[in-house]
Design a protein around this ligand. Structure first.
Ligand code: BGC
Length: 428
């Protein structure tokens, strides 16, 4: 069965500056990567040299049939010292936008994707009361200088530290913590991923709102939103209250604050099952991706439904992807995830686009270069790009604005009971 998507549906792929550009040496992540010992498995170095290869890389994306490219603008390059803006960096990003437009690709810039200039981190990052105005000033400058984009994201996964910080803090102690803080010249709390809850809910949300207004002041017709990391929170029987608490803690405050924006960026990778013992993990024994998350493509439609039910806001899926070496499985994952999204759209959920994470195998933050999410592989010795079959699969879907549905029909659910675990048609 062929299932079609709404006219004008946005099809594309995403990257983030620090993970692909290379040489982002004025950023907080860069100094943390070079601490000894480091919380990063290896430094980003040249990454995949996207800074110099942007034009060819966009040409590849366009040749696949994809029509949108979400990339990020690096604050550390634009404003390497407080109040000092780099003309060269601004011009670079205009060339990036032009490279997209010349090839019929919609550019979707993100203004903050985890990294910040070192001076911002030295002064507390999001924990500083000055952060919102600083971030908005940079966004205002960039928005005033750059033209040619109709969608923009302010902060990537604004809510991520709400559930990641605790695990990170537990893992980073002793010498690791001391070296990181010495390199950063401040507490680790000032690196975005470690931001305390109050910093996200106060400075983070305010920074987003000021940035959104600054961008829209320059580009009144531009659709501006933040993106959120939203996993499919399910519950084994008896743990529903715990699941609801997780939703409240990790997502709901941000969703409520963002519900009047032009769109909400949904970024989903897996599901987590709340259990009576107080843990929340993927299904036991289920296949995992290379990064350890349960391989569960149905999660995406469930999170879109959740976000739409809570906010009524239009959704752009700004990230969804599969990490591993089995590219056939990657193609299936994409098709299964999209089939669920199609069902959700038929049920009235307003999803406007799908941007796969990620266009290239890239620098996966603390895990270094090992995890492979990309539609395109990269030989980091030669920087040669190699298109994987999954890239052609997504390109075909984009060109046809439809896909041939896989046999598995995922049933939407946010509940889980262990005896359903072996069901071949998803849980529900
Ligand atoms: C981030 C990406 C990251 C991806 C896979 C998302 O949390 O936005 O930067 O590479 O997940 O881990």
């Amino acid at each position: 069965m062929t299932v079609g998507f709404p006219e004008g549906f946005i099809w594309g792929a995403a990257t983030a500056a620090h993970q692909v550009e290379g040489g982002n040496s004025n950023s907080d992540a860069w100094v943390l990567e070079h601490a000894v010992p480091s919380i990063f498995r290896e430094p980003s170095g040249d990454a995949i040299d996207h800074w110099n290869r942007f034009e060819d890389d966009v040409a590849l994306l366009a040749a696949l049939g994809l029509r949108a490219y979400r990339f990020s603008i690096e604050w550390a390059r634009i404003e390497p010292r407080e109040g000092v803006f780099s003309r060269a960096a601004i011009d670079h990003y205009q060339r990036c936008i032009n490279a997209c437009l010349e090839r019929g690709v919609q550019p979707i810039p993100t203004f903050h994707h985890f990294t910040a200039p070192i001076w911002v981190a030295r002064d507390g990052g999001l924990t500083s009361a000055k952060f919102p105005e600083r971030f908005a000033r940079y966004c205002e400058k960039v928005a005033r200088e750059l033209s040619g984009f109709q969608y923009a994201c302010t902060i990537n996964e604004l809510n991520l530290p709400l559930f990641m910080r605790e695990k990170l803090v537990a893992a980073v102690n002793g010498d690791l913590k001391a070296a990181a803080e010495a390199a950063l010249g401040s507490s680790l709390d000032s690196f975005f991923l470690f931001s305390p809850r109050e910093a996200i809910l106060k400075q983070g949300l305010k920074a987003h709102a000021l940035a959104r207004d600054a961008i829209k002041a320059q580009h009144p017709n531009c659709q501006v939103g933040a993106t959120l990391s939203i996993q499919d929170e399910q519950a084994e029987s008896g743990a529903e209250a715990f699941r609801d608490e997780r939703n409240a803690q990790f997502y709901d405050e941000c969703l409520d604050a963002l519900k009047n924006d032009d769109f909400i960026g949904v970024q989903t990778y897996t599901r987590l099952i709340a259990r009576k013992d107080g843990s929340a993990t993927g299904a036991e024994g289920a296949p995992r991706t290379m990064i350890g998350w349960e391989d569960y493509p149905q999660a995406l439609a469930n999170t879109c439904r959740y976000v739409f039910e809570r906010t009524g806001a239009p959704i752009v899926i700004t990230e969804n992807g599969w990490a591993g070496l089995d590219d056939t499985r990657r193609s299936e994952f994409i098709r299964e995830a999209l089939q669920g999204v199609h069902h959700a759209i038929q049920d009235g959920v307003d999803v406007r686009g799908y941007l796969y994470w990620t266009l290239f195998d890239n620098y996966e933050w603390m895990s270094g270069y090992e995890p492979k999410f990309g539609l395109i592989g990269v030989d980091r010795n030669t920087q040669a790009r190699k298109i994987k079959p999954s890239a052609l699969v997504l390109g075909d879907i984009a060109q046809n604005n439809s896909l041939v549905a896989p046999d598995i029909v995922p049933t939407p659910t946010r509940n889980f009971s262990p005896d359903q675990e072996s069901s071949p048609v998803g849980i529900g």
